[in-house]
Design a protein around this ligand. Structure first.
Ligand code: GDD
Ligand code: MN
Length: 370
């Protein structure tokens, strides 16, 4: 059922003729690579749902002739666009090219292998109609489920954690790794999709900058036919994407931390070694100096692009509190761990890791928080 697809209304007002092209409510973008067995099943299922939808299949010249299947179905149903690309060019650019061909107010992106049940689309549309900018089909909200094996589940969780740490835009989102989601077409410009990995949702989140998001539960099914195109290379690509989307935040933070440590040691040598001041005076001055320099470097380099609230001075105070919390955790960890017989070097390493995590988390979530 295509309620108002391709209907053109013409009306005249004085000497002007207006032409209004009414389009579908939603464009469903489906990238395919060797999914001949799956695409027909998926399209039949969508077509029986009575949606006011345009279906955009983007195929990368699949050797199994997925595109032929899609084109045959396109003749049968009339609401299917088949975009044919010359070769396997990655899922992200496939979605981008699909977006360029979409003509609806809303867009839904989904896989073609039936791991994403189309029956979730009405739930996504319901929230979009209510005014949400992005609606994510989520495995990790109540009612959601994932049929992944243990290894892929673990990878998915680690990937989610990394996203939460590095990208503030994913804050509060349970399944930022989802490949199944809908959004209002005009919240991004398709050209903003630059990567070529699997994690296109992250790019949509960052490019749109919206917080007006909801998640609806779904069950990520086992793949029945064909096989996954996701390999280890994809994980590395993912980490690179995270780093570039976050403007290399974590790396910069690490570099700043190291310069702080070097400055601290230098000042200690000068104050205690040269000027014969007491170790306590030296430690105090060296500590505050490195906190200040870390703060300035983070404020004007690491987080320079972040639109955070509060004056620089307030941030500096907060940063001091964060740092003392970090140092507290550092000492506490070393104290407790050595008490339990852990070697002091290992304990120190864990202490550094602990304070780094709280400092980084605190900087992201408190000091330079939106
Ligand atoms: N056009 C095109 N070009 N399509 C591709 C390409 C490509 O280079 N690579 C993969 N696809 C299509 C597949 O045919 C399938 O429809 C979809 O993209 C997803 O590929 P899969 O290989 O089945 O991915 P997955 O099941 O391992 O991972 C999915 O689930 C994850 C968890 O939600 C993806 O949706 C991930 O994005 C998602 O994170
Ligand atoms: Mn899949």
């Amino acid at each position: 059922m295509n309620l108002h697809r391709n209907i053109i209304i013409r009306f005249t007002n004085g000497s002007y003729t207006y032409e209004v092209v009414l389009i579908n409510e939603v464009s469903i973008i489906i990238p395919t690579y060797n999914e001949a067995e799956n695409i027909a099943l998926l399209i039949h299922r969508i077509e029986t749902m009575g949606l006011d939808a345009q279906i955009v299949v983007v195929d990368d010249n699949s050797p199994d002739r997925t595109a032929d299947v899609a084109e045959r179905l396109s003749k049968k149903y009339g609401n299917i666009v088949v975009v044919k690309r010359p070769g396997k060019n990655g899922i992200a650019t496939a979605i981008r090219d699909g977006l360029l061909r979409s003509e609806s107010k809303y867009v839904v992106v989904m896989d073609s292998d039936l791991q994403h049940p189309p029956e979730v689309i009405p739930k996504i549309l319901k929230d979009l109609r209510k005014g949400k900018d992005i609606v994510i089909a989520s495995r990790y909200v109540r009612g959601g489920q994932s049929d992944f094996n243990v290894a892929r589940k673990a990878i998915s969780k680690v990937a989610t954690l990394l996203a939460h740490i590095n990208l503030q835009e994913t804050e509060g989102i349970k399944d930022p790794m989802s490949g199944y989601f809908g959004f209002r077409r005009d919240i991004i410009n398709p050209d903003q999709i630059k990567s070529n990995g699997y994690k296109i949702l992250l790019e949509v989140l960052v490019a749109s900058g919206t917080k007006n998001i909801s998640e609806v539960p779904y069950r990520f099914n086992k793949r029945k036919n064909g096989k996954s195109k996701l390999g280890m290379g994809e994980f590395i690509r993912y980490v690179k994407l995270l780093l570039s989307l976050s403007d290399y935040l974590m790396l910069k933070f690490l570099v700043v931390g190291l310069t702080g440590a070097v400055l601290n040691l230098l000042l200690m040598t000068v104050i205690v070694g040269r000027f014969n001041e007491s170790v306590y005076i030296g430690a105090l001055i060296a500590l505050e100096a490195s906190i200040l320099s870390n703060f300035l470097l983070n404020n004007y380099w690491t987080y320079r692009n972040r639109k955070s609230t509060g004056t620089v001075f307030r941030k500096y105070l907060k940063y001091n509190m964060m740092s003392s919390l970090g140092s507290g955790i550092y000492f506490a960890l070393i104290f407790v761990l050595t008490l339990f017989g852990v070697g002091y070097l290992v304990a120190t390493a864990i202490g550094i890791l602990g304070s780094f995590s709280t400092n980084f988390g605190g900087s992201q979530g408190v000091v330079w928080h939106l």
